[in-house]
Design a protein around this ligand. Structure first.
Ligand code: EPU
Length: 307
């Protein structure tokens, strides 16, 4: 934390804007950042409480998310297996409230230790105050204030498989099921849906599933009866952006130059062999959003942070 304080002081003295970087897996740089980028490298996986039913771990914000998942699954703990193979760091995962296959990281987070730039010191934020929502948290609205230092996880020892998500349902027939088996299968599913990161640039799902008024969802469902629609609040519903791009706008696999909506999952914007430049990607994104708006009246929002 001393290094972090020193870096922040340096930025203040030199009136530099600060950007906090985790693993960079959910970012798109369109230009150089005119300020100081601080990459969080805080390490450490520490067990701080161990009972018959659960273990509590404190994990440094710079630790790799999936190496942590692998280690916890290896120790027979559960609650993270559906979130296997997501790229990024612990800090980024906590900010973003990463989610996949019916699980969100917020369900296993107990609290988060942050550096509070307003108070000038370390503060613990309890789960109830983290205001977690779909890909949302207090951190997304206070980027100038909080820097995640470490995350406290409460991981159950009893394995209760979460196989309700459509892609995972086939595992309900397995005679033996463990968190390690779920992790392995999630890896196989993801390999089919995501491109090879060694040859293709991607930040995962580029667009969020839109949250709309229930009346808008009803209208969409009357036109497209099989559009996936999830409850968010009594008057709000979440619609599937992948369905809209694929089935309504026919944009799955659509590409321009080296930029494409991936043929196996249209939310994934790909930069083929890393050949496209930032401006090509951003005009492609704008065009996709415009097509969706013209066709449905829905404004897609980006999950990826663009700089
Ligand atoms: N669909 C299509 N065509 C497709 C793919 C999907 O019509 O080509 C429809 C299907 O009806 C399908 C539905 O869209 O049932 C949902 O698709 P999927 O299960 O692939 O999930 P998603 O909502 O598109 C979200 C997350 C992913 C996460 C998956 C799996 C967001 C923005 N994306 O995608 O997260 O891996 O669920 O749980 O919430 C990420 O955030 O980077 C990310 C990859």
């Amino acid at each position: 934390m001393y290094d972090l304080k020193e870096a922040l002081e340096f930025a203040e003295i030199n009136t530099l804007e600060v950007f906090i970087l985790g693993g960079g897996s959910n970012l798109l740089f369109l230009k150089d950042f005119p300020g100081l980028i601080i990459q969080i490298n805080i390490s450490g996986i520490e067990i701080i409480e161990d009972t018959d039913t659960y273990s509590v771990y404190k994990v440094g914000a710079g630790e790799n998310w999936d190496l942590f998942v692998e280690e916890m699954v290896g120790r027979g703990l559960s609650g993270l297996e559906n979130l296997s193979f997501i790229p990024g760091t612990i800090g980024g995962a906590a900010v973003q409230n990463i989610g996949a296959y019916g699980q969100e990281i917020s369900s296993i987070i107990e609290s988060v230790n942050v550096f509070d730039r307003v108070k000038g010191g370390e503060v613990k934020i309890e789960k109830k105050d983290l205001v977690y929502g779909y890909r949302d948290s207090i951190f997304k609205h206070n980027t100038d204030r909080y820097i995640v230092l470490s995350v406290i996880f409460n991981l159950p020892k009893e394995f209760v498989p979460n196989l309700s998500y459509s892609d995972l349902k086939y595992m309900q027939d397995f005679k033996v099921i463990t968190s390690a088996i779920v992790r392995k299968n999630v890896g196989e599913i993801r390999a089919k849906k995501f491109p090879d990161l060694n040859t293709t640039g991607t930040a995962g799902s580029f667009f969020m599933n839109p949250i709309v008024e229930a009346t808008v969802a009803q209208d969409m469902q009357s036109k497209y009866p099989d559009i996936p629609c999830y409850d968010v609040a009594p008057t709000q519903k979440k619609l599937s952006a992948a369905y809209i791009l694929d089935k309504i706008c026919n944009l799955k696999g659509y590409g321009e130059g080296f930029v494409q909506l991936y043929q196996n999952q249209p939310l994934v914007v790909t930069n083929i062999e890393f050949n496209a430049i930032g401006s090509e990607i951003s005009s492609f994104i704008a065009k996709v959003k415009d097509t969706v708006f013209q066709k449905t009246g829905i404004k897609l929002e980006s999950e990826v942070i663009t700089i």
